[in-house]
Design a protein. Structure first.
Length: 337
């Protein structure tokens, strides 16, 4: 992909193995980029030996598929959704549109067994699954461009911060993290409290539906125990932690909480949070000495909820979503001539 005049052709490979491109007509979305922008689905393997697959939605730069479109700036933006979201979550679509219209290519990643990727993995996603992020970045780096940015939301915002604070091949030149649960144990306590029980019940219902579906290879005894979970803590203790290889839920929370990795970050990052977030407690944010991390820019708003950040619609912003503009202005500032 080196020329804006080149006709774009769908990718059809699975790390060396031929795979027919799966077209979105199989899964007609309610909230999608497919109605306005060329899109293709790509499946790639995880690198943990499980045989699990990751489902990606690829929107190539507009100049490769349209005449008179914004010139490709050479960069791709990888977008990763939050808990029980998908590549079609509203914030993924809004950020994807903003990026495409500014000249980026876009890849929207479905976490394991989320969205269109449901049923192609035996393991669940979790808040610290750095290896999956690395696998997708490596794929983009190999097949599309070596100039990559990453944007994570909610649970994946935690994963993104953790990833960039670890000693890994990061491939990406900058990142953003929106509404990250920086301390997983305290975020769990918050959502399990009376203040967060609406969101707890909603997420638990959808996660239990996946367990009931039989997509995970677990015993009937374990399944019965998981389905009796009344709190996030119990669900993670009975299911997420053991099936992800952690000794217990507290080890999972301790190892995967992104607050521990801030000091290891070596690339520029933007972290966005709202004080009225009903899912992630703001107390953790206010305890961090952000000035100690010069590579990190922070945006704390009084209002915005959890990955919401909506204002009154305007002619320039008919959806009223202002988060995509903030994110893309940050990424634009990181492009090197």
């Amino acid at each position: 992909m080196t020329s804006s005049n080149r006709e774009f052709k769908p990718r059809r490979f699975l790390e060396g193995r031929h795979l027919q491109t799966v077209y979105n007509v199989l899964f007609p979305p309610d909230n999608s980029l497919e109605d306005e922008y060329y899109s293709e689905s790509i499946l790639i393997p995880t690198n943990d030996g499980s045989g699990d697959l990751l489902w990606l939605e690829h929107n190539p730069p507009l100049s490769l598929v349209r005449k008179n479109a914004s010139q490709w700036n050479g960069y791709y933006l990888l977008l990763i959704h939050g808990m029980e979201g998908s590549s079609e979550s509203h914030y993924m679509v809004s950020a994807g549109k903003e990026a495409l219209n500014r000249g980026y290519g876009v890849v929207r990643m479905n976490l394991r067994n989320c969205g269109r990727g449901f049923g192609i993995a035996k393991k669940p996603y979790n808040a610290g699954q750095s290896e999956d992020l690395e696998a997708v970045l490596k794929y983009i780096y190999k097949h599309f461009t070596k100039s990559i940015f990453v944007s994570g939301f909610s649970l994946s915002a935690n994963m993104v911060i953790k990833f960039f604070g670890e000693k890994r091949e990061h491939y990406s030149k900058a990142f953003s993290a929106t509404s990250p649960p920086l301390d997983l144990k305290r975020s769990c306590d918050f959502i399990d409290s009376r203040a967060g029980n609406f969101y707890r019940d909603h997420f638990l219902d959808t996660m239990k539906e996946k367990v009931t579906s039989g997509v995970y290879e677990i015993s009937d005894k374990m399944k019965e125990r998981v389905l009796r979970s009344k709190s996030f803590f119990d669900f993670d203790d009975f299911f997420t932690a053991p099936i992800s290889g952690y000794a217990n839920v507290l080890e999972y929370y301790n190892i995967c909480s992104s607050v521990k990795y801030l000091g290891g970050i070596k690339v520029p990052g933007l972290i966005v949070h709202a004080d009225d977030d009903p899912v992630v407690p703001s107390e953790v944010w206010h305890e961090i000495r952000w000035k100690s991390y010069p590579l990190l820019q922070t945006v704390l708003t009084e209002k915005g909820g959890h990955v919401g950040f909506i204002s009154d619609p305007s002619p320039d912003n008919p959806e009223g979503r202002w988060l995509p503009r903030i994110l893309l202005e940050f990424f634009d500032s990181q492009i090197k001539p």
